[in-house]
Every structure is written in C-alpha cells, then in structure tokens.
Design a protein around this ligand. Structure first.
Ligand code: AFP
Length: 294
C-alpha cells in the first residue's frame, strides 16, 4: 500500500508542501482525543457571528500553534479568527482552514472534519491557484482526501497513525444524491426549480449539516451539495476561502465542478477573508443543470 508521504513524493510535491500536509494530517489523533472533553458551545462567536463550539476554538488554537512551531507556514487564515495570522515571513506557503467543519454535530457523534487549502505566497488568492487542498474526516475511519493538482486520492489512518492509500484517481460519478442547506420555504426561485427538476429526475436527499462529510459522499457516489441564497442570506452561508475553495479544488481535480449557480467559484479572488458564496459542488452534469436554470 502507498503511504501519504510516498504519494506526495510521486506527485512531485516539494518537501515543504508535503510536510505541511503530513503535519496537519498528524493532528487527527489529538483532535479526536479532544472531542470527549469539548462537547459544548463556547462563550464566543466567530467573525461570521456564529456561535463557536469548544472544538472549533480548540482545534483552531491547536493547529495554529503546531504550524507556528513548524516554521513552515507564512500565514494562516482560519474560519475561527477575525484576521489572518502572520507566522514565518520567509516561508513559501500559506494555509487557509476550517479547523473543525460541522462542529454542531460533535455532540451527536456524526462525522465532522478539518478542511485545508495551501497557497504559495499569501492566503488571499483565487481557489484555482491552490497548490494543494485536503480534508481530514473524523468518521468511523480517520481519512485524508488530498489533491496536489494531480487528481485526488483518499487515505485512511492505520493503527500506527500512518495514512495508507484507500483509493487513487478518484472521479466523481454522475450520481443522484443531493444535499441542500437552508430552509425549503426560504429557497429562491432558481434553486427551488433546480431541486424540483433533479428530484423529478430521481435525485435523493441526503444532508447531514457537515459540508465536508456531505461532500465526501458526493465525491464517491455522485450528485450535488448546495448551499443556496435566501432573502436573509443572499450569498448563502459557506465561506469562500476556508470551505468552498479547498473543496471546489478537490471536486474539479476529481472531474467534477463547483459553481455559484452561474460560474465557477474558483476564479473569484477574495476581497474579504470571511466572504461568503453560494455554492453548488459535485458531479459535472448537476453543476451544468444549475447553471442552465433561469
Ligand atoms: P458549523 O461548522 O458551524 O457546524 O457549520 C457547518 C456549515 O458551515 C457546513 O459544514 C454545513 O453544511 C452548514 O454549515 C450547515 O448549515 P445549516 O445548519 O444551515 O444547514
């Protein structure tokens, strides 16, 4: 079996890039260990005004401290912090992350994950310029799904903490699952029409409330994850920099697509680190259908 470091080397990732991916991947064990004693909401909100779970702040502090100590990272932009953190000025790469996506599901023991994107230079770049993107899923297995721009591979951590390859050359099939955020009665016309259409064509609803976990099933079974706009949230809920860009990059590397309903989100250069975007991500055919919906 191929290990994560072997795969990264085969893909031509340089030492710094490979080390950052392995270093964050190695935090899965301490993050899992921390779930049991961090079950509640913290007394704080993040920059988007959302109540933070104790695990949000715990994993944010933990990963940021590990990256700071490594000397490998220039900047870190985290969903849980107002501002970009400047670390080692001379380092080549910067990290964007949602340290614990789906954190409201921790106390009900559903699948959550850590989403990471890596840029050369600064954090504030378009998603298409990512040098790597990956996510760690804390499910029945601990898995790491990664792309360094040479397709997508999935690894699972063995009992010794080594990431062993489960699947290489992952391709999103034209499947029939969909998961949509928001409240059905608040969906606007275009999104409602799209969901109607795909349901009539046989699409089946599966939505957990953890973007990273919901995307992982779309990646393997095919379909679409959507967080649409509403009157109250015209740009949807998800954050471009920390969530949509890394996952969108992985989707495209797996032969799928990502869109705001009109065009790819990967071309958007962020103006604000916490900016939100409408998102549709998954099978190519599904994204073509939302873009064709008026
Ligand atoms: P949390 O990390 O605060 O739980 O937010 C999760 C999330 O950003 C994304 O992972 C989910 O798909 C989405 O929000 C769920 O939002 P709704 O509860 O509005 O469906």
């Amino acid at each position: 079996m191929t290990t994560l470091p072997e795969y990264l080397k085969e893909c031509g990732a340089d030492d710094e890039l490979a080390s950052i991916i392995s270093l964050i991947g190695a935090q899965a064990a301490p993050i899992r260990d921390a779930f049991i004693s961090n079950q509640n909401y913290a007394d704080s909100t993040n920059s988007s005004g959302e109540t933070q779970a104790e695990m949000d702040t715990w994993s944010d502090t933990h990963i940021t401290n590990v990256l700071a100590a490594s000397g490998l990272v220039r900047e870190v932009a985290s969903e849980e912090r107002d501002d970009i953190v400047k670390l080692s000025e001379s380092a080549k790469y910067s990290v964007v992350m949602d340290p614990l996506d789906g954190s409201s599901l921790i106390k009900v023991n559903l699948c959550v994950g850590t989403i990471v994107g890596i840029y050369e230079g600064s954090c504030m770049q378009a998603g298409k310029d990512l040098k790597a993107a990956f996510y760690v899923l804390y499910g029945p297995m601990t898995t790491l799904t990664v792309s360094v721009g040479r397709g997508v591979a999935i690894f699972a951590q063995d009992k010794d903490g080594v990431y062993q390859m489960l699947k290489n050359h992952v391709k999103i099939p034209e499947g029939n699952l969909y998961g949509s955020g928001g409240v059905r009665t608040e969906w606007l016309g275009k999104h409602a029409k799209f969901v109607n259409r795909i349901e009539n064509e046989g699409a089946k609803n599966r939505y957990s409330g953890s973007f990273v976990a919901d995307f992982h099933q779309i990646l393997q079974y095919g379909g679409v994850y959507a967080y649409p706009p509403s009157e109250k949230q015209p740009n949807g809920k998800l954050r471009l920099v920390f969530e949509v860009n890394p996952i969108g990059f992985l989707a495209v590397q797996a032969g799928g697509a990502v869109s705001n309903g009109t065009k790819t989100t990967l071309d958007i250069v962020p103006e604000e680190v916490h900016q939100r975007t409408i998102v549709y991500v998954g099978s190519h055919g599904m994204i073509a259908k939302i873009e064709a919906t008026e």
